[in-house]
Design a protein around this ligand. Structure first.
Ligand code: ASP
Length: 600
């Protein structure tokens, strides 16, 4: 070994020991006859001291050490009089008797030793330097610890880790597939898995009983949101279980893993509340509610149904709703305009408002509303409580009058924006819940058909099966999503295991029997050979680790993420390939007019 200890290891008890350390030059300070170097490796930082009186040659050489050079030093551990409480090794230093430069470094494009705002593309281009930074090194370690914990947990629960193919057939999870051309079968393509959904279900038919895998999944989606074209799922499937069983095991995993790897985080509520999908939409405007704060949507439809203000009563007469957020404090006109803009982006026609102040109630719509309506809303929306929370003693109602879906989308978005603006989000808290009873299908008006909300293999609630043909929208799925701080971190369902019901579900989704046979014949056939009832779930592992790490994007917890245009600034992927390579695949590339995504 080129070293006797790591840079995080030495303590006062080692005083007097001869050691060899190796690592990166983190910082260097020159002080007359002394040069201090903070030597860094993954394990920590140790101060190594070059003294002209101890070794003149090493002292001279130390002067030329640059940031991020890799060196080895021999020396003696010595207790420090001026201990540095910030370092685990702060009680000691190594007094150097010999220095070896193992590798020099160019001047890095950004500082590794300080937490600065660095351009993200630059960080990705020099990811090896970025990953040396304390924060990223900590995130990598946390990810490793979470993954190790989950593996050990699932091992104790009798899960088998089984690998499933990467070169496979399309499985519908609602995104576009990444395709891989086949050389052996020109004109045919493998699809990279959007998830191992079909293979894990087939593993249940194979008797595996409990499967898990840290599965890399691929979805060719627009990456505006915090998504990656390839991401990691902790994927599971279990036989002879119902929805409660799957939720119970996974809730325990979340609680125990978090306690083990991020013990400073507190859970807001345990057991995790179970919120029906419809209720989540009504209260929070989304099926991914952030429960770390209140600010729930208030339904004022009943109060204003008979209002002389036609924007409200007319909307309700057409089957819509009038819903509002009641917020503490009074916003300026400019702030309201910005909020209205957000509401409009989500489809609302506008954002009406009322300000409840000590002096009275004002707002452009106040004159159209009766005293009874204004007071009814005050009561219904608990305005007094919001006023008590505010510094100026006022409170506001922000209304959207629209069909329910639009009102929910707009107010749901405003709710999260306002929570940020009003600093309502407590630090260090995990607010988790299960969203249950989601609809099985939703109407896709563009394509004029029903789409699966989860995927076509999700089982309907048994009591809803009879109504599948007549009223598809009313059929609830045996599905469950684990939502934490407003992020869906896991989702799954009990599956259909009867071939007839699976065919009926395909039929509902507009998949004709021939097409079902062509695309999913292997599953239907497998189910005809004795399929156990089964269900499963998949965790978005990147998001889970992001929450445990307290980060705001998944790119901070992925060693080598892609940019928002799905490229890798470090390797230059995706890259062109030689014509000869395309030829053997029977592929010719048609020139495109513009190549917007050619560069990072
Ligand atoms: N395959 C699903 C997904 O990727 C998860 C599951 O149903 O287990 O979202």
């Amino acid at each position: 070994m080129l070293r006797t200890h790591t840079c995080g290891e030495l303590r006062a008890a080692h005083a007097g020991t001869s050691v060899t350390l190796a690592g990166w030059v983190h910082r260097r300070r020159d002080h007359g006859g002394l040069v201090f170097v903070d030597l860094r490796d993954r394990h920590g930082i140790t101060q190594v001291t070059f003294d002209s009186d101890v070794d003149a040659a090493a002292f001279e050489a130390a002067h030329s050490l640059g940031h991020e050079w890799v060196v080895a030093v021999d020396g003696t551990v010595s207790e420090r009089i001026d201990a540095n409480p910030e370092l685990d090794t702060g009680g000691i230093e190594v007094r150097v008797s010999a220095l070896r430069v193992l590798s020099a470094s160019q001047v890095p494009p950004f500082e590794v030793s300080r937490e600065l705002n660095i351009d993200e593309n630059l960080r990705m281009q020099y990811r090896y330097l970025d990953l040396r930074r304390a924060r990223m090194a900590r995130n990598l370690r946390l990810r490793h610890e979470a993954t190790s914990f989950a593996r050990a947990f699932l091992d104790r629960e009798a899960f088998l880790d089984v690998e499933t193919p990467i070169l496979t057939r399309a499985t519908p999870e609602g995104a576009r597939d990444y395709l891989v051309p086949s050389r052996e079968h020109p004109g045919r393509f493998y699809a990279l898995p959007q998830s191992p959904q079909q293979t894990k279900q087939i593993l249940m038919v194979a008797g595996v009983d409990r499967y898990y895998q840290f599965a890399r999944c691929f979805r060719d989606e627009d990456l505006r949101a915090d998504r990656q074209p390839e991401f990691t799922q902790l994927d599971m499937e279990l036989s002879f279980v119902d929805a409660d069983d799957v939720m119970a095991i996974n809730e325990r995993l979340m609680l125990e893993m978090s306690a083990a790897v991020a013990p400073h985080l507190r859970f807001r509520e345990t057991p995790f509340p179970r919120i029906p999908f419809d209720e989540a939409m009504a209260r929070f405007g989304t099926d991914q509610p952030d429960l770390r704060y209140g600010l729930e949507l208030v339904d004022l439809s009943a109060v204003v149904a008979g209002s002389g203000f036609k924007v409200f009563s007319g909307t309700i007469a057409k089957g819509g709703v009038v819903k509002a957020l009641a917020v503490p404090g009074i916003f300026t006109r400019k702030q309201i305009d910005a909020l209205e803009e957000t509401a409009k982006q989500r489809g609302a026609a506008g954002l009406a408002w009322l300000a409840y102040e000590a002096e009275g109630v004002r707002g452009p719509i106040a004159k159209f509303l009766s005293e009874a309506e204004i007071e009814g809303m005050r009561e219904h929306a608990s305005i007094a409580a919001r006023q008590a929370e505010s510094e100026d003693g006022g409170a506001m109602l922000l209304f959207v009058a629209a069909e329910a879906a639009v009102a929910h989308a707009a107010l749901g978005r405003l709710r999260t924006d306002l929570a940020d603006q009003l600093a309502l989000i407590p630090d260090g808290e995990l607010a988790c819940c299960w969203i249950v009873d989601a609809p099985l299908v939703e109407w896709n008006a563009d394509e004029d058909r029903w789409d699966a909300v989860h995927h076509p293999f999700t089982a309907p609630r048994p009591e809803d099966v009879a109504g599948m043909a007549d009223d598809p929208a009313a059929v609830r799925a045996q599905a469950y999503d684990l939502v934490c701080n407003g992020y869906e971190i896991a989702g799954g369902s009990v599956r259909i295991h009867e071939p007839e019901l699976q065919l009926a579900a395909f039929g509902l989704l507009g998949i004709a029997p021939e097409q079902a046979e062509e695309e999913f014949g292997h599953m239907l056939e497998a189910f005809s050979y004795g399929a156990p009832p089964h269900g499963g779930i998949a965790w978005g592992w990147d998001r889970t680790v992001m929450l445990l790490a307290g980060e705001r994007t998944i790119r901070e917890v992925i060693a080598f993420p892609k940019t928002l245009v799905a490229s890798d600034p470090m390797t230059g992927a995706p890259a062109p390939v030689a014509d000869a390579n395309l030829k053997v695949l029977g592929i010719a590339v048609r020139p495109t007019k513009d190549e917007p995504h050619a560069q990072g």
